[in-house]
Design a protein around this ligand. Structure first.
Ligand code: ADP
Length: 154
């Protein structure tokens, strides 16, 4: 079982798309293990986006990500990181495949609605950045058994 991080970015919040996007994850079978409002400080963004911190567009990303509070969501499931990442689609929403969140709902490379951890390894680090262990809900066996076969969850 994996837990991955999704951040609903300010453009998502301002466009009123939280419900639509959250519903896609829930319908797929990813469970909401944690959800909270967060303000992204510049320090946190430099850490979270270390791989793009030297890019010319980084200041624009910081400004956009701080324009409203964001909603951080921890999603839990088997291979949750890869599944959620695929559902988001390509970074540049204009290139994202139809059927993906960005492909269906966005037109921008910067304002692409959601952040999603890009691997199981970064998911582990990023979930810890936003949630304490005791803030995450454990899934009941009954909930899991209806989504997966027994051998997939053991
Ligand atoms: P992803 O969010 O798909 O993992 P990256 O980690 O490469 O993509 O970039 C982080 C975020 O920075 C993107 O989601 C997007 O908001 C922004 N970004 C990436 N590339 C550009 C760009 N060329 N111009 C403006 N913003 C960008």
């Amino acid at each position: 079982m994996q837990t991955t991080l999704v951040i609903f970015k300010p453009d998502c919040i301002l466009r009123g798309l939280i419900g639509e996007i959250l519903q896609r994850f829930e319908k797929k079978g990813l469970k909401i293990a944690g959800i909270k409002k967060a303000h992204l400080t510049t320090e946190l963004l430099k850490e979270h986006y270390a791989h793009i911190a030297d890019k010319p567009f980084f200041q624009g990303v910081v400004k956009a990500m701080q324009s409203t509070p964001v909603i951080a969501v921890a999603l839990r499931g088997v291979d949750a990181a890869n599944v959620a990442r695929k559902m988001a689609g390509a970074t540049n929403a204009r290139d994202a495949e139809p059927g993906t969140i960005r492909g269906d709902l966005a037109m921008s490379v910067q304002n692409n609605l959601v952040h999603i951890s890009d691997s199981p390894e970064s998911a582990e680090i990023e979930v810890k950045r936003f949630f304490k262990n005791e803030e995450l809900i454990d899934l009941a066996d009954k909930e899991l058994e209806v989504i997966y076969s027994k051998d997939e969850i053991n």
